[in-house]
Design a protein. Structure first.
Length: 171
């Protein structure tokens, strides 16, 4: 399946600024469903929030086995993880930004059950988390982790998924 978004915006009678966000999704783990329209909207919203106007975003939805292989190959870690993100951008041309996100739907199912929210919210969290890494966020160290989780919760709330990390605090 493949999603595409593109629009033009006019500012102060100048030339139109073209915003083209292209999202392609490949589901290798079929047991989970995705709301494609909502996915398209929230990827666009997150990119816009961080000033990314032109981007090609490839999202691969996989299970534990596949993400373990990729984690081992690229990060030399033999464990299962929630998501991996790669900024494949270069200076050679359009689109100026290329991101590849790998999302573990099997882990999302487990975590959603544990956190008592829909699987779709957990998948949204993983996609947002991956995008934030591409935008320069780092989750090494307590303060950086806290900043990243707060940003994720803020975006998830804005998109109608609710809080994930700060449910008890009621933020």
């Amino acid at each position: 399946m493949s999603l595409r978004y593109s629009s033009s915006k006019q500012i102060n009678n100048s030339e139109p600024i073209v915003m083209a966000i292209t999202v392609q999704v490949e589901k290798k783990f079929q047991k989970v469903s995705l709301d494609e329209k909502r996915l398209r909207r929230f990827v666009k919203t997150v990119c816009k929030r961080f000033g990314v106007a032109n981007a090609a975003i490839d999202i691969e939805v996989v299970g534990d086995s596949e993400i373990r292989k990729l984690n081992k190959k690229f990060l030399k870690r033999s464990s299962v993880t929630d998501c991996l993100s790669f900024n494949l951008s270069d200076d050679s041309g359009y689109p100026s930004t290329v991101y590849q996100l790998v999302i573990n739907a099997q882990m999302a199912e487990r975590q959603a059950k544990k956190r008592r929210h829909p699987v779709e919210a957990e998948l949204a969290l993983y996609i947002i988390h991956s995008l934030l890494h591409c935008f320069g966020f780092d989750d090494k160290g307590r303060k950086r982790v806290q900043r990243m989780h707060e940003t994720e919760d803020e975006i998830l709330q804005q998109l109608g998924y609710g809080l994930v990390y700060n449910k008890r605090a009621g933020k």
